[in-house]
Ligand binder design. Structure first.
Ligand code: SF4
Ligand code: SF4
Length: 115
């Protein structure tokens, strides 16, 4: 959802509100009390969360057309532009924003393990 804010600005809030209303109607929720606390039993403690593995972006060089949209949108400065050849750097946070803007689906997430 954060990605949609970066890409579309605050206009996206109207759309989110509309989808939220539709979702609540579908579920039959009329007041906050109808769903308050429903996720509490699904929350994990920190020891149960696997933080060693996470995803980072990877560019398929054969698909990339060199448009630079991923480079322009990355807020972590994690994409290197080497004469219109784009490469993911070590500091990729795995936010996925570049995937959203790539016009030819040349970017995917690959699993990485923390040291
Ligand atoms: S996943 Fe996020 S941090 Fe990583 S390269 Fe793409 S936009 Fe940058
Ligand atoms: S957005 Fe896609 S096509 Fe454009 S430079 Fe990045 S990887 Fe290549």
């Amino acid at each position: 959802m954060l990605q949609q804010f970066f890409l579309n600005g605050y206009e996206v809030i109207k759309q989110i509100n509309k989808y939220l209303e539709q979702y609540l109607d579908r579920k039959g929720y009329r007041t906050i009390n109808d769903f308050k606390g429903k996720v509490c039993d699904k929350i994990l403690d920190m020891e149960s969360v696997d933080r060693r593995h996470w995803g980072v972006a990877s560019i398929n060089k054969d698909k990339c057309i060199g448009c630079g949209k991923c480079f322009n949108v990355c807020i972590y400065d994690a994409i290197k532009n080497d004469k219109e050849k784009f490469m993911i750097k070590e500091n990729c946070d795995g936010c996925g924003l570049c995937i959203e803007v790539c016009p030819v689906n040349a970017i995917s997430m690959v699993e990485k393990e923390r040291n």
